[in-house]
Design a protein. Structure first.
Length: 333
């Protein structure tokens, strides 16, 4: 089988090579993203494998259909950048990797939380001025003495619950489908925001969740609370978050997924620099941690992303079905 890979990162190459050697399938691996121009490289291949957060345009699916390619598998969870109606019109079916490593993202959420609670951004900034004594004046908080609110109790949210519970924190959770056996108390979103010292987001970036934390929701949060987002950037109204940080109502924020990320990435492809006015404003705040969408980025997760997505593609081509199919063609249990 011939598979073309787009958006390959340096850390994925070894896993692609290992998989090809193990399975005997032919891989053509490219660092470039899949778009209306690069899709032309896929002529003659059986399927396409991708990793990107930028949009998959209708033109991509139209050209895939013209080339007789009907299967696309992605090496990540998120599908908010995929035009599913366009894919359906073109007869292209899609599968993702819904759980490459929930622990990786949950652990990163805890990492951001601990850094903010111990005020390490402020410590680092003061140390950079040479003021050793001044850097020792920032008093922190102990996670085990706080209440953590988990928004979204799927695989990642459940992993986060267990970790925060392990630190001794009281864990609240909001989810339309509660898992009663987990170490937490299920409450409504409004109550969670009012009670939690840390609010940790683990819900998908679907349209219904757009600006889930808007100005009103942020105002409802406990004064001085910390906000963590390793899920999707559109969950938070960035303008409202900046205002809440500036006023002091929000005690800090750990942002791994940024609302204007896609636009800034597209600009960076042309200019070589990721920049955005609100990103720069957040970057200047010592109580904000910004990271470049890396919560998932562990050896275990990367290996699983490569292998699971390629196995989905093989299953599609050989049987017409894939265990992790998403979108209009998805088979319900």
């Amino acid at each position: 089988m011939k598979i073309i890979v787009y958006g390959a990162r340096v850390d994925e190459i070894a896993y692609f090579d290992q998989w090809a050697a193990k399975t005997g399938h032919q891989l053509s691996v490219h660092a470039e993203l899949l778009d209306a121009n690069t899709v032309e490289w896929a002529k003659g291949f059986d399927g396409i494998n991708c990793l990107q957060t930028t949009p998959y345009s209708p033109a991509v699916f139209e050209k895939m259909a013209a080339y007789g390619i009907h299967y696309l598998t992605i090496r990540n969870v998120g599908t908010d950048n995929i035009d599913f109606p366009a894919a359906k019109r073109a007869g292209v079916r899609i599968a993702n990797v819904p759980a490459y490593s929930p622990s990786a993202i949950a652990e990163f959420s805890v990492t951001l939380t601990l850094n903010l609670l111990r005020r390490l951004g402020e410590v680092e900034r003061t140390l950079a001025t040479g003021d050793f004594n001044g850097a020792g004046q920032y008093i922190g908080k102990e996670l085990g003495q706080l209440t953590v609110g988990i928004v979204g109790a799927g695989r990642i949210g459940q992993a986060a619950m267990k970790l925060f519970h392990g630190f001794g924190a009281k864990v609240l959770a909001f989810d339309p489908h509660p898992q009663s056996t987990l170490p937490c108390e299920y409450v409504g979103l409004e109550e969670l925001l009012q009670r939690a010292d840390v609010v940790d987001l683990h819900v998908p970036g679907i349209a219904e969740n757009d600006h889930m934390l808007d100005a009103a929701a942020l105002a409802a949060m406990k004064p001085g609370a910390v906000l963590i987002n390793t899920a999707r950037g559109n969950l938070i109204d960035t303008t409202a978050m900046i205002a809440a940080l500036q006023s002091g109502h929000l005690g800090g924020a750990g942002i791994d997924t940024y609302e204007n990320e896609t636009t800034a990435i597209l600009t960076a492809q042309k200019t070589g620099r990721f920049t955005d006015p609100q990103w720069e404003e957040l970057r200047q705040m010592p109580n904000v941690i910004l990271t470049p969408h890396i919560a998932y980025h562990t050896e275990t997760a990367v290996r699983n992303m490569v292998e699971f997505s390629l196995e989905n593609l093989v299953s599609f081509v050989q049987t017409g079905q894939a265990p992790d199919e998403v979108g209009p063609h998805e088979r319900k249990a």
